[in-house]
Design a binder for this molecule. Sequence first.
Ligand code: NDP
Length: 253
Amino acid sequence: MSYAALATRTAVVTGAASGIGAATARLLAAGGARVALLARRTERLDALAAEIAAAGGQALAVTTDLTDQASVDAAVTTVHAAYGAVDLVVNNAGVMQPNPVTDGRLDEWTRMIDTNLTGVLRIVRAFTPDLTAAGGEGRTADLVNISSIASHVLFPDYAVYGATKAAVTQLSGALRTELGPRDVRVSVIEPGLTGTELSGHVENPVLREQLDGMFAAIPAMTAEDIADLIAYTVTRPRHVNLRHLVALPTRQA
Ligand code: NDP
């Protein structure tokens, strides 16, 4: 699909080092958007920026740790220096570390909450002034948050991950009430099973095996499928806000 409306946009994509974020950055750039790529792995971001440039697009690699406010502050300065204000923010970075809550893994809980929820809020805080300015000038402005079906489907041993994603979905709806009247669209997308490296970072061997079984049983969505939904969402006429999308593989119950 062609997304010509992207040609005037300046985007920030978090978690652009892999998976859904990388696919989204590629697609937005292919449509003509300038895209700032945020994540921790510099080599991945540099390689993606080079790939996008080689294809005729514009991308900026910005090494960022969303759990570190100083790192986010530095990223905002870098993005603004290179591109000026942004008008499209995709809050995609996330980590998933499932374990029984009775294991009491405070380290994993902290990491998930810091990345999936506080990280999202840090980016909202950093770029909302750009978005409201764009909206106020009559331009299209988008905040897209990536949640998960785990926000509303209860998976055993995914309690804290699910809680962070429920928070992202709730936050998105609440932000819409603040930002919609200022002509900033807020969308939340809740994907089901999607083939990325996310499941590869699951340390619990039993739960890792369970995920592998799901991938074997169900043809999962691809990162590109979700990127396509994001690009579709941000290219509607500016008075149309697709506010809540749930996307599942056809065979996932
Ligand atoms: P990936 O693991 O491929 O992507 C996660 C991205 O987040 C990576 O690029 C990673 O890069 C980045 N990231 C992690 N921690 C930080 C941090 N502290 N600071 C900055 N960036 C960080 O998985 P997906 O593409 O699947 O995940 C993208 C989003 O989609 C996540 O929010 C996930 O919860 C959600 N999701 C995924 C589903 C799936 O089935 N795959 C289903 C539902 C939702 P780096 O390590 O370089 O920092």
